[in-house]
Structure formats: C-alpha cells, structure tokens
Write a protein that binds this ligand. Structure first.
Ligand SMILES: NC(=O)c1ccc[n+]([C@@H]2O[C@H](COP(=O)([O-])OP(=O)(O)OC[C@H]3O[C@@H](n4cnc5c(N)ncnc54)[C@H](O)[C@@H]3O)[C@@H](O)[C@H]2O)c1
Ligand SMILES: O=CCc1c[nH]cn1
Length: 442
C-alpha cells in the first residue's frame, strides 16, 4: 500500500513546496489539481495494520540486509564487562509502527527525514503529509517501492487534523514524529502522552541572528538574506530577528536593502528566479497582515512588504510578495515576537554582547540562532549562551542531512538528521549474561 487516497471531497492542494512546485503559475494558481477524501478511521486502521504486518518481517532483518534497500548505518549496542567474566550487552531494537506528520513547507524532505531513519532502524512508518502538499510523500512511497522496501512498510495516509488525531490515538502506534506549529505540537504531545507513545516535535521558531561590528560585513549581509528569504521565508529555523551592533547599522541596512530589492521574484521554474510565490492566498494575507501590524506598532518598511504581480502574464494570480526589510523594530513588537513564516526581516540595534544574548534568549522559541563575528572566542561563547538547538557561526541555514537538527524550549525536542536520529527511532534492550553460578540471597 502506498497511499489511502480516494478522490471525492474538494481538498484543494498544491504540488510541493520547493520553489519549482510553488503555486506560482497558471498550472496551479487557484486551481484544484485533484480532489481527495481525508482518510477516516477505517483507512487509518488499515494503513497501521498493514505497516505492522510489514514491520514484523522487517524488524527481523539484520542491518546489512536492510541496507540492500535503504542505506543503513551500523546500528550498534554496547558491551559492558561485569565481575567474574559475566557481562551485559545492549541492543538497539525498533519501536514498531511510527507515525510521521508533516508540515507543508518542506514536504518531501520532511517525509524523507522521518521515514528513512525510521525504516533504517527496523520500524514501519505511516506518514501523513499536510493537506496543502499531499503529493510528494506518495512519490517517496513509489521510490521506496522501486528500491525494494516491502509493501506496507511505508504507508501514506491523506487528511488534516482529524486524520492526524486518529493516527496519534491509534493503540498500535509506538511513536509520533511531528513537524508543524507549536499549538498542533502540543495537541500531538497530549494525545501521545495518553498512550505513553514516544514523540519527536519539530516546531516553529523566531530565531535570532546576531551581527557584531567586527564581522565580515558582506558575508553578514548575505547570511541575513539566507536567514530570511530562503524558500520565500517559509522556513522554520529562519533568523528573522536580526540584531545588528549599532555602529555598523547604517552600512548593514544600506547593503541588505540593496540586495533584497534585487531578489528576482517570479517563475520558480526559471534558473534565475530566487523567490517564488507563497503557499496560499490566506497565508499571503497573514504575512501581509504582519507587515501592516508592524507599521502600526512603529516599524519602518525599508523595502517590500506588498503583494506583487510579476511581469510574466502567466504568473497573474500567484501569491507573490516583495521581500521585506523592517527597521525601527523593538523587542515588544508583534513582528519580532511571533513567527511570520514569510519573507519579512526585522532589524534591531544592540550595543553589547551581554545585552544582545539576553534579548535573543527572551523568547519561548529555541529552534536556531546565528552569529557573525571575526572573534573566534566570542563566536563560541555566543554559541554556548544562545538557547537554541542550532547555532550557525558566520553563515545561516546550512542543513546537511548528516547534521542533527531540532529545537530547544517550545520549538520542540528530539532530533532529526545525523546519526543521533537512531536514538529517536529505536529502544535500548539490556541483556545481562551470568558466566558463573547464581549467588542467591535466598
Ligand atoms: N522544526 C522544524 O523542523 C519545522 C519544519 C517545518 C515547519 N515547521 C513549522 O511548521 C509550521 C507550519 O506548518 P503547518 O502550517 O503545516 O503546521 P500545522 O501545525 O498547522 O500542521 C502540521 C501538520 O499537522 C497536522 N495536524 C493539524 N492538526 C492536527 C491534530 N490535531 N492532530 C494531528 N495532526 C494535526 C496537519 O494536517 C499537518 O499535516 C510552522 O510553525 C513551522 O515553523 C517546523
Ligand atoms: O522549515 C524548516 C526546515 C528545516 C531546515 N533545516 C532543517 N529543517
């Protein structure tokens, strides 16, 4: 089974969230690409049962056997010597049927980052993509099938909150790995707690980027753009609170605005395009609403922040906006406190290292952070003191798959990517071996 999709109800959806698949042109703007029914209790149960049946075979295979279909790192335990030649060893065993629930902004990566380590550790996965981006997970299922993954081991179910709830509450599910917003993450954690299921939560952020006066300014400016405008700003770990040391603020703003105004917004299928359309009309309106609110609260728009219609007539009706830089920001403004999830950079001045670290940490989020400085001691000191799951030094938004990623505080817990992920998709069994006689107290 690769999907439980049926095709009745008008669930509008868009293909993918890579720039190449954004709702930018007439192929997808405002048009229904396909209609589907969210999976109900029966389909969810069928998917979980099918995943469980496949898991019972898959779990017995050695890592080397699984590696024929999916590249598997060594999954190792420990050997512990005990007195008298006795010993103990640990085994990393799979959890069972894991559920993956994804957000819409990186739909293919989210499905891959959850399912690949889950399967590598011997689990099965039932994955529910966001109803905004239901297609790429099915393509991933087809890729797995072609690679030799047994039927049922990776199932895709479609739907929104109701289907997600059914998955989280299903008694045969051992773990839920969730990517999405903080409010939904809390619900997922609550439901999982009732069944004592393990959870990984990859949630939202409002990450700080600290730019010190001793930085290499051109790199800091480029880093600030990477931190804010990648994928139309629809990135969880974006460094949207850009703290700039007061002495270099004028030069920084001049350069950052010049580069921002030059970002080619348009057809994501063209090589020269660097920013496509936002995911949907309501989301565009929400992002524009944050810009209006920022103006009301005293921010100054240095560039962008308004909807645009690219010159190509094929792009009419796309949810485009001009990337925005906000000056005169204060820590108490809505645009500085809340996740916008669009191309809006808020710039704030600071004076000292101690002050800026305090301000950077004054948030309930803790997903990522960044620092630009030429002072190596300062760089590592700041990295140590920032309360976030990642700190980028002299760059931003570098996420190779071999590097662990995840949040502090309300941005979640658990990690994705990197070898450490194995710990989140396996459980440790301890085996104690007696080599002598039983020394009984009774
Ligand atoms: N930390 C990360 O790695 C990461 C990565 C990407 C996106 N995000 C975050 O995701 C958010 C944007 O994505 P979104 O709008 O799709 O988030 P969302 O929380 O609205 O939805 C995420 C997923 O949860 C499902 N869902 C909704 N209600 C549910 C419920 N009650 N039970 C179970 N599942 C339910 C949705 O259908 C969707 O598949 C942003 O906050 C962003 O920061 C985080
Ligand atoms: O939206 C966040 C996606 C991401 C990037 N790196 C790790 N996760």
């Amino acid at each position: 089974m690769i999907g439980c999709t049926t095709w009745l109800h008008p669930y509008v959806f868009y293909l993918g969230a890579q720039p190449a698949c954004k709702p930018a042109n007439l192929v997808c703007v405002g048009r229904i690409l396909c209609q589907m029914v969210p999976c109900g209790a029966e389909e969810v149960d069928e998917a979980i049962k099918s995943a469980h049946a496949a898991y019972l075979q898959w779990r017995k295979m050695a890592g080397m056997e699984r590696a024929r279909v999916i590249c598997v790192l060594f999954i190792k335990g420990q050997h512990i010597q005990l007195p008298g030649g006795s010993f103990a060893y640990t085994r990393r065993e799979p959890l069972g049927v894991c559920v993956g629930i994804g957000a819409w902004n990186y739909p293919f990566q989210i499905a891959s980052w959850k399912s690949a380590p889950a399967l590598a550790c011997g689990n099965a996965m039932v994955f529910k993509p966001s109803p905004m981006t239901p297609v790429t997970a099915v393509i991933l299922a087809e890729i797995y099938k072609e690679a030799g993954v047994p039927d049922g081991l990776f199932c895709v179910v479609q739907g929104g909150a109701d289907t997600g709830t059914l998955l989280c509450q299903h008694p045969k599910v051992a773990k839920v790995s969730f990517t999405g917003s903080v409010p939904t993450g809390k619900k997922v954690m609550e439901m999982s707690a009732k069944g004592v299921k393990q959870v990984t939560l990859e949630l939202g952020g409002k990450s700080p980027l600290l730019i010190f006066k001793d930085c290499e300014l051109e790199n800091a400016v480029k880093g600030a753009l990477m931190a804010n405008f990648l994928t139309q700003g629809e990135v969880c770990c974006n460094g949207t609170r850009v703290y700039v040391q007061r002495e270099i603020m004028p030069q920084f703003l001049e350069k950052v605005v010049k580069r921002t105004k030059a970002i080619p917004v348009g057809d994501p299928l063209l090589d020269g395009t660097r920013m496509g359309a936002l995911i949907s009309k309501p989301h565009l309106e929400k992002v524009l609403g944050f810009v209006s609110q920022a103006k009301k609260e005293g921010a100054k728009v240095l560039c962008g922040g308004e909807p645009i219609v690219p010159s190509d007539p094929n792009l009419k009706g796309g949810y485009f906006m001009a990337p925005c830089v906000l000056d005169n920001c204060r820590d108490d403004m809505t645009c500085v406190k809340e996740e916008i999830f669009g191309p809006v950079m808020s710039v704030l001045p600071f004076d000292t290292e101690e002050e800026v670290i305090g301000r950077a940490n004054n948030t309930t989020f803790g997903l990522a952070s960044g620092v630009f400085t030429r002072d190596i001691s300062r760089a590592h000191r700041v990295a140590e003191n920032l309360e976030a799951g990642t700190c980028f030094i002299n760059n931003y938004n570098i996420s190779p798959v071999e590097v662990p990623f995840g949040g502090y505080k309300m941005s979640g817990f658990g990690r994705e990517n990197g070898q450490v992920t194995i710990e989140y998709y396996s459980q440790l069994k301890t085996v104690v071996v007696e080599m002598g006689d039983v020394d009984s107290l009774f």
